[in-house]
Design a binder for this molecule. Structure first.
Ligand code: ATP
Ligand code: MG
Length: 311
């Protein structure tokens, strides 16, 4: 599978087999509609993210997929009904809140879960090492910090070589380095062919990791696409940042003839424009002064999200 195809083209994604199919999922808790009739598909080999503010229904969706709650609608995993016990065997799940037995060591904890899953117990020590817990392998989990428990939970969900990982806020409670390592681990697993469904409200994390994103709000999916396509759909223009030798009023005037809004900060000119106007602007600048540096910044998921939720 060519990963870049997945990242760039939704039509390509449509050609891939389906790992998770959610159709008309609805969940109500005592009169509160947590998830309101949502449908989506996660393709084999992709990283799919559910993104949304607190209470949007992300965890409820995940719990339904895992069969941890009752729901209305249909969920299929690898073409089998999600309620089928067989499908659970190849899923690794990281819950929103993790709890372990305080009196077991990290190694004993992993060995315990390996036994439950029928996974190879001899791989536990190696897994602990991969998650930076080698030196704490024989310490009791009750003494672990939140971040250490989160790492242990991630190690646990990789036991038994799952082909689908469902991760509820995977970097929650981790410091910057820990979060970076986990993101790399997620990418590494995905490159090995593991399909990943994750939920998060950290926009930069989703932008970095996800092939496609479903933005959830108040129990509904309000948008679903690649980050790039979402930006296009909302007509959020890429930004062009140009550092020049000298800024003059006549230069700014000329750029304003091409685009309405021009921001100036010291020797830096910033405009939002479509790719076809980019060259025109650069040509205009070059007639007046020297360009020291320039870069194009694609729309961020944050801009998309804010525009989406506001509208
Ligand atoms: N066990 C429950 N009993 C009653 N209401 C619940 C239960 N679990 C979730 N809800 C409600 O369902 C809605 C969606 O909750 P959910 O946990 O799915 O949100 P979320 O998107 O995961 O939010 P967060 O980002 O805070 O984790 C919320 O209004 C929540 O109060
Ligand atoms: Mg949640």
């Amino acid at each position: 599978m060519i990963k870049s195809d997945l990242k760039n083209d939704l039509n390509t994604i449509k050609g891939y087999a389906t790992m998770i199919k959610v159709k008309n999922l609805r969940k109500e808790y005592d009169g509160i509609v947590a998830v309101n009739n949502i449908s989506f598909e996660v393709k084999k080999g992709e990283i799919f993210a559910l993104l949304g503010p607190n209470g949007a229904g992300k965890t409820t969706t995940i719990k339904a997929i895992l069969g941890l709650i009752n729901y209305d609608g249909e969920i299929h995993i690898d073409e089998k009904d999600a309620k089928n016990k067989d499908v659970k065997k190849f899923i690794g799940y990281l819950p929103e809140t993790v709890s372990f037995y305080d009196n077991l060591t990290a190694l004993q904890t992993l060995q315990f879960f390996a036994e439950l899953k029928g996974a190879d117990k001899h791989k536990c020590m190696k897994l602990l090492g991969e998650f930076g817990l080698k030196d704490s392998a024989n310490r009791k989990v009750g003494e672990f910090s939140k971040g250490m428990k989160q790492r242990l939970a991630l190690a646990q969900c990789l036991l038994g070589n799952p082909k689908l990982l469902i991760l509820d806020e995977p970097t929650s409670g981790l410091d910057a380095l820990g979060a970076y390592e986990i993101r790399n681990k997620i990418k590494e697993m995905n490159e090995k062919g593991v399909t990943i469904l994750l939920c998060s409200h950290i926009l930069s994390e989703v932008q970095e990791l996800a092939d496609r994103v479903a933005i959830m709000n108040k129990g509904e999916i309000i948008a679903m696409d690649t980050v790039k396509n979402l930006g296009k759909m909302l007509d959020i223009q890429p930004k062009l940042k140009i550092e020049v030798e000298k800024i003059t009023d006549s230069l700014i005037g000329k750029i304003k003839e091409i685009v309405k809004e021009v921001k100036v900060d010291g020797n830096l000119i910033e405009v939002s424009c479509s790719p076809d106007l980019k060259l025109q602007i650069i040509n205009e600048i070059e007639k007046e002064t020297k360009i020291i540096d320039f870069k194009t910044i694609e729309p961020t998921l944050e801009e998309i999200f804010i525009k989406m939720v506001r509208e």
